[in-house]
Ligand binder design. Structure first.
Ligand SMILES: NC(=O)c1ccc[n+]([C@@H]2O[C@H](COP(=O)([O-])OP(=O)(O)OC[C@H]3O[C@@H](n4cnc5c(N)ncnc54)[C@H](OP(=O)(O)O)[C@@H]3O)[C@@H](O)[C@H]2O)c1
Length: 267
C-alpha cells in the first residue's frame, strides 16, 4: 500500500451524523472527495438533501463528483433508536457495508448550571451522548464485519471546565470515556474507536451561540485562533485511515493552542 493510500479513506462507506452543516458536512464532503461513499443524516431530510445533491453533482466542485464517492441523505434523529436502526439499514441497502461511523451530531446552549432545566439537561445529554450510544450499538455488527472505525466528535469542553456548559461538558466527557472503554471492549472485534475533541471552530452553530464567526479565523490579536471545519475533518480522516491503524481509544484535541485558558473576548 502506498503512503498516500495509507492516509486515504477511499472505498470506506462512512456514516456521518449531523451532516447538514458545519463540521459534519465538511467531513462528508472531504470523505467523498477522497473516494468514500458517505451517508449523511440530520433531523430534517430537507437539510441533508442539498448535501447529497452537492456531493453527487460532478460539476459542483465539492465532495465526490465524478471521481469521488457517492452520497445518500437520510433523515434520522440520533436520539430515536428506531430511526437509527433505519439509518443503518438504509446504509447497508445502498452500499452493502459500513466501514466507519462518525458520531458528529451535537447541540448545546450556554447557561449557568443553576438555570438549566431538567428538560434542557436531558436534551443535551441525549443528543451528544445517547445519540452516539444508539448509532454505535446499531452499527456494531456491521463495523465488526469490516474491521471498522468509530470516530466520536467530542469537544475540549469534555476534557476540562467550560463555563456555562456543564450539561454539554458532562455529555462530551461521557463520550470520551465511552471511546476509551469501547476501544478496549471492541479491540478483539477489530474495531478501532477514537475521538476528536475540537476547540472553537467557525460554524453557524458556534456563531449563533458564542458570536464567533469565520472572520475570527485569521485574527492575530488574540492568543488562540478559531479553527476551520476542514481542520477537524482532516483529523477525522486520519483517524479513519490506515495511517491510524495502531491508534485506538485516543482523544485528539484539535484546538490551535494546547492548554490555553478560556477563549479571549472576541467582541
Ligand atoms: N463548532 C465548534 O466550535 C465545536 C467545538 C467543539 C465540538 N463541536 C462538536 O462538533 C459537532 C458538530 O458541531 P457544529 O459546530 O458543526 O454544529 P452545527 O453546525 O450546529 O451542526 C450540528 C449538526 O447536528 C445535527 N443535529 C442536531 N441534533 C441532531 C439530532 N438529534 N439528530 C441528528 N442530527 C442532529 C444538525 O442538523 P439538523 O439541525 O438538520 O438536525 C447539524 O447537522 C458537535 O458534536 C459539536 O458538539 C463543535
Amino acid at each position: 500500500m502506498s503512503l498516500a493510500d495509507r492516509f486515504s479513506v477511499a472505498g470506506r462507506t462512512t456514516i456521518v451524523t449531523g451532516a447538514s452543516s458545519g463540521i459534519g458536512r465538511e467531513i462528508a464532503e472531504q470523505f467523498a472527495a477522497d473516494g468514500a461513499d458517505v451517508v449523511v443524516c440530520s433531523r430534517e431530510q430537507e437539510h441533508v438533501d442539498p448535501v447529497a445533491e452537492a456531493i453527487n453533482d460532478p460539476d459542483d466542485g465539492r465532495g465526490g463528483g465524478s471521481d469521488g464517492g457517492r452520497c445518500l441523505a437520510v433523515e434520522c434523529d440520533v436520539t430515536d433508536r428506531d430511526a437509527v436502526e433505519a439509518l443503518v439499514e438504509a446504509t447497508v441497502d445502498e452500499f452493502g457495508r459500513i466501514d466507519a461511523l462518525v458520531n458528529n451530531a451535537g447541540a448545546s446552549f450556554t447557561s449557568p448550571f443553576e438555570d438549566i432545566s431538567e428538560n434542557g439537561w436531558k436534551r443535551v445529554v441525549d443528543i451528544n451522548l445517547h445519540g452516539a450510544y444508539h448509532c454505535t450499538q446499531a452499527a456494531g455488527e456491521r463495523l465488526a464485519a469490516t474491521d471498522g472505525v468509530v470516530v466520536n466528535v467530542a469537544s475540549v469542553a469534555g476534557t476540562r471546565a467550560a463555563r456555562y456548559m456543564s450539561h454539554y461538558g458532562a455529555a462530551k466527557a461521557g463520550l470520551i470515556n465511552l471511546t476509551e472503554t469501547l476501544a478496549v471492549e471492541w479491540a478483539s472485534r477489530g474495531v478501532r474507536v477514537n475521538c476528536v475533541a475540537p476547540g472553537y471552530v467557525a460554524t453557524a452553530g458556534i456563531e449563533e451561540q458564542m458570536g464567533i464567526s469565520a472572520d475570527d479565523v485569521d485574527r492575530s490579536d488574540v492568543d488562540r485562533r478559531i479553527g476551520t471545519t476542514a481542520e477537524i475533518a482532516d483529523v477525522t480522516r486520519f483517524l479513519v485511515s490506515d495511517a491510524a491503524s495502531f491508534v485506538t481509544g485516543e482523544t485528539v484535541e484539535a484546538q490551535g493552542v494546547p492548554s490555553a485558558e478560556d477563549l479571549p473576548e472576541m467582541a
